[in-house]
Design a protein around this ligand. Structure first.
Ligand code: SF4
Length: 364
């Protein structure tokens, strides 16, 4: 398979079929273009294009430059990211912006190696920024690209093996045309996202490579990429407590490390506890419970674990002023919670209870 058979058909296809995405706007200033590519690529990790679009537009409106990003208060940043999940991505963006402002004269590095020194930027994002914004010959190989390339070449190596990924990165770099590096990377990603798709049969009839693709010739496209069996997720049972005093709801800040670090949440306890145990926990905080209601259970799936949530909604007597609560939980009203405290989507089954008017009459 010659590079010329691969490159020209792919770029021609891309020119005709690329989606109109907000981060693909033609921006003359390479630094501004790099900023947009960077934010979009970080948002797109683990998140669908359609879901990212409104977040991207809002983020750029509120934080249009690296400088603004470096100065944004943490809580405001978390609100901008609320619902996207994997919040460490946002924290790393701010940290990297700080490094760019303090150590790099406010300039985003143009080359792959220097980009890789910034927080949260791995090989894929470094390759995307340096090739798309600065025209550098750097590969941007993610799951989409691994799938497309292993199908094209009928490569049955195990793609989760770092050595295999390195080999595919080298191959992509070899194919990459000097004058359109960024477009070539984007075309590979686009083909993987819209034609050579991960779930179900790829749309080979629409593919610019259908005449040369080895997996297509063999008729076994979906045998690639070959991946090791995934480890089973750990299931963690827990009980979520929606504690309300008639006007406000109790929330709590998570630890600054680990899963959903530093975000706000409804108080929760490990395991599935009874309503009596939930009430005695509330009493231990120095609050006086009036009613308890069991809510529908829910489940949230992270990449490596699964929360199996049972929940109670508990009304406590009115004078629940902050000073009377033991521990670091505190009461907030609906508006305050929505404006200032990002509650991760893992709790989305219960965030509606922040608006207490939607609850049963006895809670109003
Ligand atoms: Fe993927 Fe089919 Fe194109 Fe091969 S021909 S790269 S399997 S879409």
């Amino acid at each position: 398979m010659q590079p010329s058979e691969i490159v020209s058909p792919l770029l021609e296809w891309f020119d005709l079929n690329k989606r109109d995405l907000p981060w693909r706007q033609d921006i003359a200033d390479p630094q501004q273009k790099a900023y947009r590519v960077w934010i979009s690529e970080i948002m797109l990790q683990q998140t669908r294009v359609e879901a990212v679009k409104p977040y991207f537009e809002n983020f750029l409106k509120k934080l249009p430059t690296v400088e603004k990003l470096s100065e944004v208060p943490d809580e405001e940043l978390m609100k901008l990211w609320e619902g996207l999940g994997y919040y460490s991505r946002a924290r790393n963006l701010k940290k990297a912006a700080g490094t760019i402002m303090t150590e790099l004269d406010g300039m985003i590095p143009t080359d792959y190696d220097n980009l890789m020194c910034l927080s949260g930027i791995g090989p894929y994002t470094a390759g995307a920024i340096s090739s798309i914004a600065f025209g550098k010959k750097a590969p941007a190989v993610d799951g989409n690209v691994l799938r497309v390339v292993t199908r094209l070449t009928a490569d049955s190596s195990e793609v989760t093996d770092a050595k295999v990924k390195k080999r595919i990165e080298a191959l992509v770099t070899e194919w990459m045309p000097k004058e359109r590096c960024g477009d070539f990377n984007q075309a590979l990603m686009e083909l993987g996202a819209t034609v050579c798709v991960p779930n179900g049969q790829p749309s080979c009839a629409k593919c610019p490579w259908q005449g040369i693709c080895m997996a297509h010739a063999e008729g076994n496209e979906t045998d690639y990429p070959v991946k090791a069996a995934k480890k089973k997720r750990i299931v963690e049972p827990m009980t979520v407590l929606i504690v309300q005093d008639g006007k406000k709801t109790l929330i709590h800040k998570r630890e600054n490390r680990g899963l959903l670090a530093g975000l706000f949440e409804f108080p929760n306890l490990p395991g599935h506890i009874s309503s009596e145990e939930a009430l005695s926990w509330v009493c231990e905080l120095g609050l006086s419970p009036l009613y308890v209601e069991e809510l529908d259970p829910s489940r949230h799936i992270f990449s490596h674990k699964e929360w199996e949530m049972k929940a109670y909604r508990i009304k406590v007597s009115d004078p629940a002023v902050d000073g009377r609560i033991k521990g670091d939980s505190f009461f907030v009203d609906t508006e305050d919670a929505q404006r200032n405290y990002a509650i991760p989507s893992a709790f989305s089954a219960y965030t509606k209870y922040l608006n207490i008017r939607t609850g049963k009459e006895r809670f109003d």
